[in-house]
Design a protein around this ligand. Structure first.
Ligand SMILES: Cc1cc2nc3c(=O)[nH]c(=O)nc-3n(C[C@H](O)[C@H](O)[C@H](O)COP(=O)(O)O)c2cc1C
Length: 180
């Protein structure tokens, strides 16, 4: 498959079947995240796969903040992308440049994972709206491991109609220097 077709084949799934995802597939997806680039190669992350109760129901509940994300009730597994406090040098660089490199790094890792999942015919939805506190409690995380993103991962149940991408045009978001 051409890379652009892989990219186009990913869209946020909000209607999952209850079909389980194998642990080997979850490992493959986390491995793709592990290989992502990061500022100073700090790898400021931990990836936690959650696929059974009591952990699964705790993570599902964490996504229901203010009545949001009701679709997660049937999600069979999640990968929790956590910030893991990086070594001092990248933290100093982040501070000096006033850039939140950890968020960039986690975003890139998430994208690697979502695209890897597509190659395995898995569907995903990245979730930023969740209770960090609830996930920490559910997974008994130490203070140094902070959940930043949840990746719902499973198989679409086929009930969602295919959506065309709602995006600004390439002309709107890009330009050449010098202009043509
Ligand atoms: C950082 C981030 C956080 C997101 N959080 C949520 C969320 O909490 N709930 C949700 O349903 N979708 C969430 N999304 C999915 C976006 O809504 C979705 O990517 C966007 O609407 C584009 O649609 P597409 O993914 O189908 O191309 C999130 C996406 C990103 C990148």
């Amino acid at each position: 498959m051409r890379f652009i077709d892989l990219v186009r084949s990913r869209s946020s799934c909000r209607s999952f079947s209850e079909r389980k995802v194998s642990r080997s597939a979850l490992s493959a997806v986390m491995d793709a995240g592990r290989l992502a680039p990061s500022a100073n190669n700090a790898q400021p992350w931990r990836f936690l796969a959650v696929d059974a109760d009591p952990y699964l129901s705790g993570v599902i509940e964490s996504t229901h903040v203010m009545g949001m994300n009701r679709f997660t009730d049937t999600v069979p597994s999640f990968i929790v992308l956590c910030e893991h406090k990086p070594r001092l040098a990248p933290t100093v660089a982040s501070h000096l440049h006033r850039r939140d490199y950890v968020s960039y790094d986690l975003g890139i890792a998430a994208d690697h994972m979502m695209l890897c999942a597509r190659t395995l015919n898995l569907d995903t939805c990245l979730i930023g709206w969740f209770s960090e506190k609830k996930v920490k409690q559910t997974l008994h995380l130490p203070p140094s491991v902070i959940p930043r993103l949840l990746l719902a991962i499973g198989y679409a149940d086929g009930s969602e109609p295919a959506r065309s991408k709602k995006r600004m045009s390439l002309q709107e978001v890009s330009r050449f220097y010098p202009e043509d």
